[in-house]
Ligand binder design. Structure first.
Ligand SMILES: *[C@@H]1O[C@H](CO)[C@@H](O)[C@H](O)[C@H]1NC(C)=O
Ligand SMILES: *[C@@H]1O[C@H](CO)[C@@H](O)[C@H](O)[C@H]1NC(C)=O
Length: 360
């Protein structure tokens, strides 16, 4: 009797796993979102050993993340935020997206004229003098205040910047307690071991535990960023007040501060090169999620990159500090990489569709 029951159970288990497997593959084949497919799988049975590795390594349930971008009230920050928000709204509901709500964390201390266009939470800037003329020190302080005052429905948060364009629907690249980050080639904790050690003492572990990242883009569980943010703030300020560190790290100081702060909390990141691409150095947008237009793109009319010289054709966000970038920018000459062409097309599409582009 007991044996018969056991046999029935085994058959049931085998059966359901078989059904689940087919259901999962079927949904993956026809459906749109990988995570939805796995959702169905876990409802029935978790046939983890029977699954091909590309299926079993995926997450089990949809884990939406809140998109948070820190911003100032300058015209420069505003036009970038408007383009970013436009592309967020375009990608958010497409298959494969796990993008949740959106917040512009405005660290100017007062509302501005984009409050009706973009969901915004106003937070205080750093006290006068504390920012040392280095505006990005406001970032950790902005996140601390936002996490304290806002009710965030999602369990995860994407920390992003205004000059990010969502190329496609973004899934949650984090996995449980492991946040996802983009590895920057110029963040090299090992190369700066002596300096990093001032803030990451030996008892915490090897310098290689400090990931080559900044705070953005990062998808991270809310409870983890709540722990890291105050340390990130402290480390940023300490680094800024230390002349040797300030000189060595320059404009990427606050990125090192995040990398060190997360390591101090024992948090390592999944490094995803497909998280982002940076024209003009990266040529193709294929399979990448975020386009970061931080570098100037300067080309001759023959489509050759000019070294540090103003190009006959150019795209440079810094040429538009006082006013919104114009609508209908001219496309680059033939021969320019696809990533740059895509950037200009996506900026043009956003500015053509955002009402009151020039007048707000
Ligand atoms: C930040 O620094 C202040 C002053 O040094 C200290 O009182 C506070 O405990 C620190 N907080 C964290 C989270 O490191
Ligand atoms: C955009 O600019 C091109 C020339 O670069 C022009 O031919 C076209 O009509 C313009 N489109 C709009 C919508 O203004």
């Amino acid at each position: 009797m007991a044996q018969a029951t056991l046999l029935v159970i085994i058959l049931l288990v085998l059966g359901s796993s078989f059904v689940t497997y087919n259901l999962v593959t079927m949904i993956i084949h026809y459906g749109s979102s990988e995570s939805v497919a796995i959702d169905v799988g876990t409802l029935l049975f978790d046939p983890i050993t029977e699954m091909p590795s590309h299926v079993k390594n995926r997450k089990r349930s949809k884990a939406p993340f809140h998109v948070a971008v820190t911003a100032s009230d300058t015209p420069y920050s505003k036009w970038q935020c408007r383009i970013m928000y436009y592309w967020y709204t375009r990608q958010k509901n497409l298959p494969g997206s796990e993008m949740g709500g959106f917040t512009r964390i405005l660290h100017s201390g007062k509302p501005d004229n984009l409050m009706d266009e973009i969901p915004t939470v106003v937070v205080d800037p750093l006290p006068v003098g504390q920012d040392q003329g280095y505006v990005v020190l406001n970032r950790p302080w902005a996140f601390i205040q936002w996490l304290e005052k806002a009710t965030i429905e999602e369990e995860y948060v994407l920390m992003a910047e205004p000059d990010h364009i969502f190329l496609r629907p973004l899934p949650n690249l984090a996995h449980l307690g492991l946040p996802a980050a983009y590895p920057f080639f110029y963040i090299q904790p090992e190369k700066h071991e002596k300096i990093v050690r001032k803030f990451y003492p030996e008892e915490y572990g090897p310098v290689t535990d400090v990931d080559p990242i900044g705070n953005s883009p990062v998808i991270i569980r809310k409870d983890l960023i709540e722990k890291i943010a105050p340390t990130w703030m402290n480390v940023s300020l300490k680094m800024k007040y230390d002349p040797e560190t300030d000189k060595a790290f320059g404009w990427v100081l606050e990125m090192y501060a995040y990398a060190v702060a997360s390591a101090l909390h024992g948090v390592r990141h999944i490094l995803r090169k497909d998280f982002m691409l940076q024209p003009p150095w990266d040529f193709e947008t294929t399979n990448k999620y975020i386009l970061h237009y931080t570098y100037a793109c300067d080309y001759t009319l023959k489509g050759e990159l000019t070294d540090d010289k103003i190009g006959e054709w150019r795209f440079d966000k810094r040429s538009h500090e006082q006013r919104p970038i114009p609508r209908n920018l001219s496309l680059p000459p033939p021969g320019v990489p696809e990533s740059v062409v895509t950037l200009v097309k996506m900026v043009n599409e956003a500015t053509a569709n955002i009402p009151n582009w020039d007048t707000l």
